[in-house]
Design a protein around this ligand. Structure first.
Ligand code: ZN
Length: 327
């Protein structure tokens, strides 16, 4: 798989252009306040500024996060009605759904099916931020249980309903245990965690919706991943106002432990790091990476990617945990 298969350059560039405009519109006047490391609570050290957003890195656990944070209401307004959010929910999803289904969601559904087969059987999968419903469709095909989608966006909730899924059209924070059936559940959320304004609050809310032993599987960006470390502020993954938190295998385990979760497994099954570094060579300043990208064979690049994925050094991280205790 190549980066441009799932993020066609023209469409993604237009999305980035709209985002830059929206960032000025929605955030330039927003008041900001200091926040501590979202994992361990230490004071972060300024790492860089990008598009008017300052990022800090925690000296203790290496979590990279936006600090100071613009006020939450600015994000609410941005996600409710900005042009780039609309573009993402319509043009981007529509134009890339077929490619993303094949390259991302089918393999992810198969991966989740395999993971679930090692855990006690579940009666219901709850997809938090289910978006276009593509994962819901694919997991339904390979793991035959009820799939419910939690999706606050009106447009995306309609898409999921039209695909036959039960949709809870709310933010997770507004979902009550009564909205869910009394079943053994596995909650999933993909590429959502890095967007969260307050990850501990999110996990606290989720803890209250779950029963002891229920599973939560999520994927997010790994701030210790190769392409993010190499490209740093030039990494497209570092994309304010969307990506506010870059946890890593170590820091995410700390956060989960204090929010009542028992970590079962962290993996970094990412496949794109080397290709992303290669596509951004003008921003690569390290001599090793420059010469490697220019001279290495395709096989060497693939082997390096496999090594990164195996050793928790790829920038796409998947976490499996269960609810351990009531918060
Ligand atoms: Zn920390």
């Amino acid at each position: 798989m190549k980066e441009h298969d799932i993020r066609p350059k023209e469409i993604f560039d237009e999305y980035l252009r709209l985002t830059a405009e929206d960032t000025a519109t929605y955030f330039s006047d927003a008041s900001r306040h200091e926040v501590c490391c979202p994992s361990c609570g230490a004071n972060g050290e300024t790492a860089f500024i990008k598009s008017g957003f300052s990022y800090a890195e925690c000296p203790q656990c290496r979590t990279l996060y936006v600090n100071p944070r613009p006020e939450r209401s600015a994000f609410d307004r941005y996600y409710t009605d900005s042009p780039s959010t609309r573009y993402w929910a319509t043009t981007f999803y529509r134009e890339t759904e077929a490619a993303r289904r094949e390259k991302i969601w089918k393999p992810k559904a198969e991966l989740i099916r395999q993971k679930l087969s090692t855990l006690p059987a579940v009666d219901e999968i709850v997809d938090i931020g289910g978006g276009y419903g593509t994962f819901a469709e694919e997991i339904s095909l390979v793991y035959g249980c009820k799939v419910t989608v939690i999706e606050p966006s009106l447009h995306l909730a309609e898409v999921c309903r039209s695909k036959g899924f039960e949709v809870i059209e709310k933010f997770l924070e507004d979902v009550s245990p009564d909205d869910l059936d009394d079943k053994t559940r596995c909650f999933v959320s993909f590429e959502l965690f890095e967007h969260l304004y307050d990850p501990a609050l999110f996990l606290g809310t989720l803890n209250k919706l779950m029963r002891i032993g229920d599973t939560f599987i999520f994927s997010t960006l790994n701030g210790m991943g190769a392409d993010i470390r190499v490209l740093w502020e030039h990494s497209q993954a570092v994309s304010p106002p969307h990506h506010l938190n870059f946890f890593n295998p170590h820091s995410v385990s700390k956060l989960l432990a204090r929010c009542g979760f028992n970590l079962l497994e962290t993996t970094t099954p990412g496949r794109l790091d080397v290709n992303i570094i290669e596509n951004n060579l003008p921003h690569v300043t390290d001599r090793f990476w420059q010469s490697f990208m220019l001279q290495a064979s395709e096989r060497a690049k693939q082997e390096l990617q496999d090594f990164l994925a195996r050793h928790l050094l790829s920038s796409h991280m998947m976490v499996i945990c269960t609810k351990d205790w009531e918060l």
